[in-house]
Design a protein around this ligand. Sequence first.
Ligand code: MG
Length: 399
Amino acid sequence: MSDLKIAAVECFLTQPASQRLIVVKVTTSEPGLYGLGCATFTQRHRAVQAAVEHHIGPFAVGKDPRAIEDFWQSAMVNGYWRNGPVLNNAISGVDMALWDIKGKLAGMPCYQLWGGACRAAAAVYSHANGREPQEVADDVRRLMAAGFHHIRCQLGGYQGVGDARKPEGAPPGAYFSPRESLHRLPALFEYLRRELGEQVELLHDVHERLAPIDAVWLAKALEPYRLFFLEDLLAPEDIEWFANVRAVCATPLAMGELFNHPREITPLIAGRLIDFIRCHVSQIGGATPALKLAHFAEAFGVRTAWHGPGDVSPVGMVANVHLDVACHNFGIQEWGGRPDLEYEMFPGLPRVERGYVRPNDKPGWGIEFNETLAARHPCTDENPTWTVSRLPDGTLWRP
Ligand code: MG
């Protein structure tokens, strides 16, 4: 097998439920030896497909699939300009597939290649939502009954609740009131702690919607309710404000799903300004950079919490879980509800049991992909509407 080569790189788009998923398959010159990777950028799926089919795939064909580091480094600079969400996802699709192949060649699950499992399973968190605190509490109780110990709590999703102050002629959009959030969120968590006590870990995602000084105030106001973490309190454009947050409270902070470039990430970790790094693994270029980022974060006491809602494919989710059990500084794994069809389309996708997931013992990622079934669920091409977020007067705001 000394002349093992990448024979083909294929890109599959499928939409088993609301999210468009992108899966890359790398086949080799060895019959039956192939790997799967996640390249999911759900809002710009056709752009990633073009990047895989016209640029990254042809660049990979003919190379040795065992030389993962060389592929990753060379793919990142081959187009000269680097570190953007489309190209990083395309590189991730191949990178993860090469790790899958590496595991199959070794006869080991990927987590074994990275030093073996250092925990029995990875704790996951799920999402509770409601328009009123009592509705959120009921949803938390439902998830606790299903075995979850960590639950993200949102009041009216990301938009918050109520858009009654819209002026006449306001354009369409997902309306959101930052002032209402500031008013209602501390009351929500005060209610949840009063109702649920300390038996459950609570999380919240601000989704970078507040003005920086309001974000500082909110982190301080939520401190008494001992969140597991407060996520995306600030936008990537405002990260210098994290120092102000740290100066006034000890609310644990999670950040990173929007990051592409290592220089966006490393100052927050090295400055000990966040507690959890939350990158979308395919967005930063795959398992190769994620593994390095996890080890870098470990040196600064920062834990991992890889992005894991429905817009990470099942292949990406199992890659997350392999990282989770292999990295000592694992913190928590986000786990969106996976539709039943995904379990049929991706045999090997683990199920949550009592709030935990674990990888199986098959070589590589331990997941398969039913291409025939995927082809029966093609992608829609509409632009998303939830990202057209607006303030009460109609001003466009961050989603
Ligand atoms: Mg988030």
